[in-house]
Design a protein around this ligand. Structure first.
Ligand SMILES: C[S@@+](CC[C@H](N)C(=O)[O-])C[C@H]1O[C@@H](n2cnc3c(N)ncnc32)[C@H](O)[C@@H]1O
Length: 319
């Protein structure tokens, strides 16, 4: 049996290892024929609301991060209509080579420019651009902690031929709002610390604009209400798998955990960003497509998903 790896490292390899990772190699698309669907691949109401946000905030330079199969970008551009003629520039940051190919096919002729990192994209805009993502932070590797004997221990995984073995190890805790709340013995929580590092990487390049983050999750303490085992899970062929299935056959399935929006806000504040607005996604629809309700079948998702809008505080203004 190999030495135990922190779960975050296991998840990073399972999703992004250059040869064996799910997003690097296996994924061929998102949607009905993929392993999982996103709101954007099933219905274009989200794209309509995002287009309303872009127009309403006067945004002309857009960076979409993690564009999946390109459905969201295509629908956003369609709903932007005449706004595109005002010199809109639409760039995408995507790490998955197979998905970049799918996006290039779907978005051929739309004038999109692709980048491998937000840093690179922001440099192209001299730091002045607005950024948005849907279901991005949940795709970042997370650290998992379990409360034992009144202390938080970190979940580690020892891969072996007979299946992975879970162990708990003492650790230094990351900065997270989760640890300021009371939890019972045996509870598990996740922290997307790798997403925080990712924000810190491009923050020095970002001088002007807004950032809109949409994902499933909640603020604290609601995130773990009645969820003592945490929110970590896998998706394979549209089936949700929890427990030991998360550790099986790494690279063959998507792994994800709900997003702690209190952390996203706190990490942004630490970087000098201002919170402009936030809430459940239904409220975002209300603000940017007034009178349009989430379509039938999406009512639950409109409250399970949240949005957070941040702005670089020093410069202010849209771009
Ligand atoms: C769950 S999918 C969401 C796809 C799309 N936004 C949608 O709504 O259908 C996550 C996307 O984020 C991309 N991704 C993950 N980590 C990334 C990173 N560090 N930078 C850019 N894209 C990333 C994945 O390759 C994938 O395209």
């Amino acid at each position: 049996m190999d030495a135990p790896l922190p779960f975050e490292r296991f998840m990073r390899d399972a999703l992004y290892h250059p040869q064996k990772g799910y997003y690097s190699r296996r994924i061929r698309g998102v949607g009905r024929r993929g392993d999982f669907s996103t709101w954007a691949t099933l219905d274009d109401s989200l794209a309509r609301a995002i287009a309303g946000w872009i127009r309403g905030r006067g945004i002309r330079r857009v960076i979409e991060v993690g564009a999946g199969d390109g459905s969201l970008a295509r629908a956003v551009l369609r709903h932007l209509g005449w706004w595109r003629r005002l010199g809109l520039r639409y760039h995408i940051v995507e790490v998955s080579a197979p998905l970049r190919e799918v996006q290039r096919k779907r978005l051929r002729g739309c004038g999109i420019v692709w980048h491998e990192s937000p840093r690179e994209a922001l440099r192209g805009f001299k730091g002045s651009a607005s950024i948005f993502s849907n279901e991005l932070p949940d795709a970042f590797p997370c650290r998992v902690f379990e409360k034992r004997g009144g202390e938080w221990l970190e979940l580690c995984v020892s891969p072996s031929a007979e299946g992975s073995v879970e162990t708990l190890q003492p650790c230094l805790l990351p900065e997270s709002t989760v640890f300021g709340h009371a939890f019972r013995e045996g509870c598990r929580v996740e922290v997307h610390e790798s997403y925080r590092r990712w924000l810190e990487e491009f923050a020095p390049e970002w001088t002007r604009g807004e950032m809109l983050t949409i994902d499933y999750g909640n603020t604290m303490p609601g995130l773990y209400h009645r969820r003592p085992a945490g929110t970590l899970r896998a998706y394979l062929a549209h089936q949700m798998l929890a427990g030991s299935a998360v550790f099986e056959a790494p690279g063959t399935r998507d792994l994800t955990a709900d997003v702690n929006f209190s952390d996203l806000e706190a990490w942004g504040v630490a970087l000098g960003w201002q919170t402009v607005s936030q809430g459940v996604l239904g409220e975002f629809f209300g603000a940017w497509t007034p009178g349009v309700r989430p379509p039938a079948g999406f009512e639950g998702a409109a409250t399970a998903f949240r949005f957070l809008e941040q702005r670089v505080a020093a410069a202010g203004g849209s771009c």
